[in-house]
Design a binder for this molecule. Sequence first.
Ligand code: PEP
Length: 251
Amino acid sequence: MNRRPLIAGNWKMHLTLAEAVRLARAVAETCGACPDRDVMVAPAFTALAPVCEAVRGTPLLVAAQNVAWEKEGAFTGEISPAMLTDIGVGLTIVGHSERRQIFGESDAMINRRLLGALAGDIDPVLCVGETLEEREAGRTFAVLEEQLRQGLHGVSSEQMQRVVLAYEPVWAIGTGKTATKEQAQEVHGVVRRFLAGKYEKNVAEATRILYGGSVKPENIDSLMAQPDIDGALVGGAALQAESFDRIVRFR
Ligand code: PEP
């Protein structure tokens, strides 16, 4: 199965408007030089519209970092799928571990966000991952299966064509500790087997599963050489044009 690689940058709560537009333009140039892979950036909400404007006509994909499930209404602090499509955003991250851990988002809420995105023409990138405590207790696969079971509740095989998964071990995010390529491949294999059980084998084979957690220019090539790693979700190293450029140009 030939899955098209996706390299995604999560800018989190970083960059001024001018910095975001400058970085997006640089990434769009890199992206134009790598036609065999998809490249995505997820700026903060305030920079989404100007970044969309700045890269219009280029292949760079622009994503939100989260999305609400309703079209409009009394949801202070939230952004709807319709608001995103209105400015040209086509994707969103959901279930990032920072949303789960700092803001208390549950699997049920993340599922609502994911279904809301799908219903509103926004393709979701669903993040899952275990904490260090869970890994050390030997619960990695049980935790991931539960996050996937609840996160993908009510998602049809057809809708799965629009869903990207990201395995992000919490202990590797922003810590400089990367899962080894063997650890990452093992989990990606388990995630794909879960998909084959829940859906058909061809859905499991077609779904892109990204790895995230301290991805850097130094480790991207060996991660991407693993058979079940289809791309990367990158935090810190996505904030500099040069390091993200090297990651996008993985070999
Ligand atoms: C992330 O934010 O999803 C992430 C993986 O961050 P970092 O690359 O900095 O570990």
